[in-house]
Write a protein that binds this ligand. Sequence first.
Ligand SMILES: Cc1ncc(C[n+]2csc(CCOP(=O)(O)OP(=O)(O)O)c2C)c(N)n1
Length: 614
Amino acid sequence: MTASPTASQHANQPTATSNKPPTTSAPSLVEHARVCTGSEILWESLIQEGVSVMFGYPGGAIMPAYDALPQYPQLHHVLVRHEQGAAHAAEGYARAGSTVGVAVATSGPGATNLTTGIANAMLDSIPIVCITGQVGSSLLGSDAFQETDITGVTLPITKHNYLVTRPEDIMQTIKEAFYIAKSGRPGPVVVDITKDALQKSATYKWDSSPVKLPGYRPEHRPLPSELQRAIDMIHAAKKPIIFAGHGIVQASASGLLLEFVRKTDIPVASTLLGLTGFPASHPRALGMMGMHGEAWVNQAIQESDLIVALGMRFDDRVTGNLKTYALKAKKIHVELDPAEINKLVPVDLPLIGDVREILQMLVPHVEYRERSEWLTHIEDLKGKSAVIDIKHLADNGKLFAAHVIHDLWRLTEGKSIIVSDVGQHQMWEAQYYHHDYPNKLITSGGLGTMGFALPAALGARFACPDEEIWVIAGDGGFQMTQAELQTLAQENKKVNIAIINNGYLGMVRQWQQFFYGGRYVATPMTSPDFVKLADAHGLSGIRVTKRSEVDDAVRRAREIPHTVIIDFRVEQMDAVYPMVPAGADLDAMIRRPESEPEPEATQHNPIYETGKDK
Ligand SMILES: Cc1ncc(C[n+]2csc(CCOP(=O)(O)OP(=O)(O)O)c2C)c(N)n1
């Protein structure tokens, strides 16, 4: 099948999270000022911000807020099984729904359990607001039971955070938190509220005036002269490449990017998080760049004379060795956050502002230039250096992850929301699930957080009730947050889960194979029987060991109305190719060995071989 992209699929996206006008206020519950508890003010304010779902876990300091919750049936609280799950679910909700996600936790361990998700949201620029309970204000700083200085802890991993000690400050703080989370470059905001602030009362009336924060200027716009310089550089380039980053997806700018490419005929390389920003089957789509990017993409980057980087931040997984990175290319960097300009890669022309607005300004003025030599050269690079593609190998009875993901793509026609975890399977997903539709991949890019996928899919399920959702996870990462299976069961929500089970912490095993002399220390891993695990949660499980079983298993999973786990027992020793070793030159790639198109699967997880394999 070919999922053919159209400009309109990419153009008909909701307005960008980062540039949305403030969420339309729900009708005010409180017409006139009245006296409310801090807890009531908290929930009323969330409703005013348009919140209808939040993910959380109660405990002592936040109990007054939970106690008031039944007064607000329009707020659905999803009880996760670990607060990390609440933060990731809020992220999944925010990303799938292009909105702000909300997580709630108690003080101390509840709040610290959120931090992995908060750091993840910080690095991937996800707008979430985390509400935490705090010990009573008179006890602050006394090492009281379950006291953690969570504003101190989260200072470097939040866009902003607040400690609120008075009920009269709650409404304004919530307003500011939502505004900061979603404006400019989005990110996480923590609002820590003391127990007494939740219990005490204050006069409340929703203030619908816009938030004004002196010193916070989230909006930027390039000068007309800068835009003209960009146009001149684009027209003069003989070997240009466009980079599509996460900013394209977040700003819902892929329709404009398609238009830009239609006019200029410049090829597009994507970052991992930018993969759904430009349709994979477009003739000018090159694929993913960087450590596990396509070899020809990295090669072309090294040879290019102009990079037009759109909403990306030159992460080290993308650049490899900075000293040798794209030295022949002039660089135009379109980026919302001024702090990213010249941070890692010196650029010739920064265009600071929203990528959607900047594309809107550029598109009418850019023109086609004849560059057939460059485009033919890239085609030649593909021919020479393309991965020996194991998905086309005849079925020899072995099951490779590439088979599973390719078949999943074919059967779902590339239309499913994929929520991938972190490791080899994440890279295989990026290589073999060809994303033609915008915003259909949710994964942890910057922090590389194992355990992200299942709870993030839970959040995505609430944001997109009618979409098909597949989790693709490794046996290692899945075990980190598998408790959220029961959350899905309790909420009666369906996602499909593909566990790429190779009996190892596969990506680390691969590094051990390439860079640590094949010493597989602490990477062989046992797993529970995932079929029985599904059963124990009241869900369904299927085991697949042969390629011939994949289609049927995927079809059955799609038909079953509740959450299904498919335990794909894949080849254990397969590696992700190509690979740029960390810090190496971008074109110094390790390729799949030509002499061995089918990876040797001779060594097996010793734990499995001792008969402990369930
Ligand atoms: C929370 C966390 N701990 C450790 C790591 C380091 N790490 C990166 S990939 C990986 C292995 C992942 O194994 P698995 O989930 O089985 O997926 P696979 O690589 O086999 O596809 C590890 C341990 C991480 N990224 N996140």
